[in-house]
Design a protein around this ligand. Structure first.
Ligand code: ADP
Ligand code: MG
Ligand code: ZN
Length: 494
């Protein structure tokens, strides 16, 4: 039998607010000292009263608007009652019947199995606001469970999708695009390694062509979207094997063990929880006016999908380069600041327009610049290279005054010291030489040193000249103009 997977996602994200959801404790995910951002309200002491954080509500509404969701006029919080040691109140303030956001969708793009680009619209069911729980840490030394309540009461948005996913690649594409959107909007840092964003995959199988859904399994606590796709892949195999053997799928919650690339059963979901939801009596319902919604809509920046499209159209970038440069809003802003510098240069010296400065800038930025940012975990907004200096480096490269190899080492120096590129190139003596006699000397020398390569070239292997060009570049420490070096070699080898 051929089976089809049916999947829906539940994604939580901790919101980036100054204070917690219902009290004035700091919301600081980087706080290392346990149990200091706590107070009687988030500890659930009797007689305390919650006050809702307006900033958190606005952030959820903005995420909803970015996803084309509807903002109902009437919203309210509900109590979800259950006991767990990380939940000091004995209930969680959440939303049940009246969430802040209803509906919406996200268009995803991903490489399909045939290597083409697939696109699909995933419908969103709802987005609501709730509070996070504390954190339980199992301490092997004392063989005890320790509890840190700093996270208890931190604003948490939960997004639920319709069961629209069929392939693991769709799950990954959705998660990554959503992560970019919440970051663009400024709602969450959404760092999955820090638990700021968490994903649950619900997955069932049905015979291909069938209408009815099968029994679903929920895979919880996955901390990357790649792992979510891997877990979906694994569950598809596990469930289809079981169905082939004539077994029934148990409705259960499973976890993902990354080291073994397997899901494992955590608890059965047969006996459905009854949370006894009721409207939170300590908080009034909310009336969200149209004016408020429109004000929030106006504050949403250009979103990743629109920016990607604009970068390909306006700057002639490839889809891949546009995707990389817009993966982070600060990086996209930096790129555009560099472009502004380059345009200024072209305006000032119209007799010397550059060749493809947008592409040269994008090439430098998606290569060594991005690598340096990642290695140092820096953001483009707090580095030493100014867009002006970056633009100057692009200019030298676009005008063939330096080679790619030189640009790379100059960029590293700029990154380290924030120095002017021309000063660095002067200091290291790396201006590109197009001086034919210099290059001819080097070419003769390289030809003498590499008789094997030369005979291969003469035997008809034209590509081996590239190796010799590389040797000249190395000998000249990147200073030789590679185009002239190649022409010189080809002439000498005739
Ligand atoms: P629960 O109450 O168990 O959390 P919900 O109906 O709220 O279940 O759905 C949770 C998630 O599971 C949603 O993303 C939904 O799209 C998805 N889902 C619901 N039914 C199925 C199914 N049969 N197979 C796969 N996913 C499903
Ligand atoms: Mg669920
Ligand atoms: Zn508190």
């Amino acid at each position: 039998m051929t089976y089809e997977a049916v999947m829906g996602l539940e994604i939580h994200a901790e919101l980036k607010t100054r204070t917690k959801m219902f009290c004035r404790c700091r919301n600081d995910p980087d706080e290392r000292h346990p149990n200091i951002n706590i107070c009687p309200v988030c500890m659930g002491h009797p007689g305390t009263l919650p006050v809702a954080n307006g900033d958190a509500i606005e952030k959820v509404i903005q995420v909803g608007l970015a996803l084309g969701g509807a903002i109902p006029e009437f919203s309210q919080f509900d109590r979800k009652n259950y006991f767990y040691p990380d939940l000091p109140k004995g209930y969680q303030i959440s939303q049940y019947k009246h969430p802040f956001v209803e509906g919406g969708y996200l268009d995803i793009f991903y490489s399909d199995e045939a290597g083409g680009l697939s696109t699909k619209r995933i419908q969103i069911t709802r987005i609501h606001l709730e509070e996070d729980t504390g954190r339980i840490i199992h301490d092997p030394k004392s063989d005890a469970a320790l509890i840190d309540f700093n996270r208890a009461g931190v604003p948490l948005m939960e997004l639920v999708t319709e069961p629209d996913f069929r392939f693991p690649a769709e799950v990954k594409a959705f998660g990554e695009e959503l992560q970019r959107i919440v970051r663009y909007v400024g709602a969450s840092n959404a760092d999955m390694e820090k638990g700021e964003m968490r994903v649950e995959v619900n997955i069932s199988l049905r015979p291909k062509g069938a209408e009815e859904f099968g029994t679903k399994v929920e895979v919880k606590n996955i901390n990357s979207f790649k792992f979510a796709a891997d877990a979906a892949e694994y569950e598809f195999r596990r469930q289809s094997d079981a169905l082939e053997r004539g077994e029934k799928i148990a409705q259960e919650t499973r976890g993902w063990k990354e080291s073994e690339q397997k899901t494992f059963s955590q608890r059965s979901k047969e006996e459905a929880h009854d949370y006894r939801y009721f409207p939170e009596p300590d908080l009034p319902p909310f009336v969200i006016t149209t004016e408020w919604v429109e004000k929030l809509r106006a504050g949403i920046p250009e979103l990743p999908a629109a920016k990607r499209l604009r970068f390909t159209e306006q700057y002639g970038l490839s889809r891949e380069a546009a995707a990389l440069l817009t993966s982070d809003k600060a990086l996209a802003d930096y790129y555009e600041a560099v472009i502004t510098e380059l345009e200024r240069h072209d305006r000032d010296t119209p007799e010397k327009p550059m060749k493809n400065p947008q592409l040269v800038a994008a090439g430098l930025m998606t290569g060594d610049f991005l690598r340096l940012l990642r290695e140092t975990a820096a953001s483009p907004s707090d580095i030493l290279i100014t867009p002006e200096n970056f633009g100057e480096l692009v200019m030298y490269l676009a005008e063939d005054k330096i080679s790619n190899l030189t640009a790379k080492s100059v960029m590293e120096e700029m990154f380290r010291l924030g120095e002017d590129p021309s000063d660095i190139i002067d200091r290291l003596g790396l201006w590109q030489t197009s001086d034919a006699s210099d290059i001819e000397d080097m070419a003769r020398h390289i030809i003498k040193e590499n008789p094997d390569v030369v005979s291969r070239y003469r035997a008809g292997n034209a590509a081996s000249v590239q190796f010799l060009v590389g040797q000249i570049m190395r000998e000249s420490r990147g200073k030789a103009n590679p185009k002239i070096a190649r022409e010189m070699l080809e002439r000498l080898l005739q």
